[in-house]
Design a protein around this ligand. Sequence first.
Ligand code: XCC
Length: 631
Amino acid sequence: MEPRLKAKNECSKCMINQDVFERIQGKVLTAPERVNKRGTKPCLFGKGGTCCHVCNMGPCQIVEGVEELRGICGATAATVAARNFGRMVAAGTSAHSDHGRGIAEVFYHTVHGETEDFEIKDEKKLRMVAYYFGLDYKKPVKELAKEVAVNALEEFGKQHGELAFIKRAPEKRQQRWRELGVVPRGVDREVVEMLHRTTVGVDQDYRSLLKASVRCALADGWGGSMLATELQDILFGTPQPLRAVVNLGVLKEDMVNVTVHGHEPEVAEALAIAAQDPEIIKEAEKVGAKGINLAGICCTGNEVLMRRGIPIAGSFVQQELALATGAVEAMVVDVQCIMQNVATVASAYHTAVITVSDKAEIEGAMHIPFDHKHPVESAKKVLREAISRFPKRDKNLVYIPPNKMDVVAGFSHETILYILGGRFRASYKPLNENIINGRILGVAAIVGCDNFRVFEKTHAELAKELIANNILVVVTGCAATSIAREGLLSPEAASLAGDSLREVLEAVGCPPVLHMGSCVDNSRILIALTEMVNAGGLGEDLDDLPAIGCAPEWMSEKAVAIGNYFVGSGACVVFGPNFPTEKSQIATDYLFHEFYHIFGAPWVVARNASEFANIMIDKIKEKRKNLGIDK
Ligand code: XCC
């Protein structure tokens, strides 16, 4: 049967840089074409969560309510869907948290004087983290930093007690978690337990499995991810608003272009330092380039955009296209969301794909191991490889599209505190007052991936609809890049906001959509929401707030972990365009309805931008009504 989708002109992802996409067609197979070739529907056997493959009597295709189509062991569709859901949460949690552990190790090396390349950039945050670890936070910085490093690493392997950052949540939420028995112990322990529960013949009650998945996810949000964000801020600086540029047009014809792709900022930070080294610049000049142009992709890009204003070349769906410009000398990749196909695309050009993590190598890529004790030295090695490729660039193959967009990024929760909370009051009170008086209807987070199987521009359309309804929008991850490309991350975009939101935004000069960072930085949103509760007037717990989250184009298992920790924390999450358990009505109902009673927030699914917008606006209005501020 002819596939329905014509990638060339129907897929919104190909349209982002259609001119570049057309140049690579016929040369190397790319993701939109694979979607085309495979047909528009993903594997029907596995979709919806009821394919069980945890033992070798299967895989079993399970059909809800059909006795003969239970697993060989008797597993029901609800059990299998819950088990698969739990495994996705565990995988997502492990990814964010291993990232967190990696940065804790860099932090440890730095404060123990084993690397001279990095330093403590945010002493205030160091002391705040020390406080939550129960340390004497007034100690001299050097001594305190060493204790924080040890404590941070111990959070991963802790066997008993509670993760330290759990204490940052509103008091009422903490109590609820304790009563439910879902307070995470050590991060690793929760991931291991989730994997154990979901092996054949262990936890076989969907309710118990799904409740346990929240404990695991909380270890991500309030543990691994939050540790990653805070330690990165201490080491590389807490983001502040800055101007930058996004889209493939940020690549430069006369420079050595190096894209940094993946998630962990350590390598990109080291590359940024090395790229300014006069010796390296001279070497670039020797081969006829004007210098090194760094550009980000995916969340490594978001990390260095937030802190350094380094431009973003593209989101997840643009990674192959960045190479297809023929202008990239090296794509440096660390971990997560790197498509194996980048090595194939690069082989059609002079480009090197360079893996640097000891956890992630790619067939056909070059591996330059990163020495964490000498990051800048390693970065120079990588840059020298890139420089050596510049003379091999084939000018006939180079095409850098003109598309680029100005953005303002760098909205850490601390920054929002100052901007929307007032420089002198340093509280979210003024933000709350604007919500109470109705100028701002509520707050919505649009997070997560972009996805080749979503053929609409869901992110931007949704963001426009929300701000037009006076909802302040915060964004992270590839959703942020996708919305940035459409110009919504600039103060001028305030003109698209509803009248009352626009007034507030114009008074403080900020965009209607606030970029809060990478995917581990969703932890910033948890803290911002907690600060809103603490500022008063909007209830006593996160589930009281007129706030909601969504991931309209989720792709990675990490998005499931993120969604689950938000729901477990009391914030409703809308997922789309499909839901991972949807072939089991029973498991899905539990997540969509029973979770509301247990955690105060449900999961919801929506298929397109207008469905997302309607659900989100209605939920926010419902919360306002509950708070008695719906007048
Ligand atoms: Fe990956 Fe973070 Fe998703 Fe983008 S948003 S596709 S996970 S890079 Ni995290």
